[in-house]
Design a protein around this ligand. Sequence first.
Ligand code: RP5
Length: 188
Amino acid sequence: MPRVSKRAKKPASRSKRRTTKVKAKAKADRKSSKPVVAIVYASTSDEPVMRECEHVLEQFGIPHEQHLFSAHRQPEKTAAFAQNARKRGLRVIIAGAGMAAHLPGVIASMTTLPVLGVPLCGSAFEGYDSLLSMVQMPGGVPVGTLAVGKAGAKNAALLAIQILALSEPGLVRKLDQLKRNLEAGEKI
Ligand code: RP5
């Protein structure tokens, strides 16, 4: 008699198959859509913290792109990115940097898109230096500066989503849900 494995999978129900299909389509749509948020950071040492931005944007299904370049090591690349950002369809730029942390300010000097800065730790001053570099932009060239480190990276992504939500009602619903989750004690 043929043995029947207890683990033999039951065929998925119609509704489950439909949900899987819808999820796969949403994922494919997100992949194919043009990035509206750019995450930029200045060094590989910034990457682990800046990944927090990516996680939040992914939770909200926001098409985004990432770049690694520094204002002092790759000034031309930085300029080309900033000058073309709006034309390429980006709507918000998040820039993380440590120490002198001029990356968001330099980008903000060459674009009219909102630039959100994430000050990063990593020097003898533990992020206080980068915080002051970003937050002390002279009048005329704003950089929306968030908290130092991971909290700042998460909040930069959330603020970017709130900016996008001004013209996307679907995102407002998701942001409302986040508020309820936070109220219930969940962390982002
Ligand atoms: C900045 O200087 C980077 O943002 C980084 O946080 C800091 C140190 O850079 P590495 O020397 O680790 O590349 O450019």
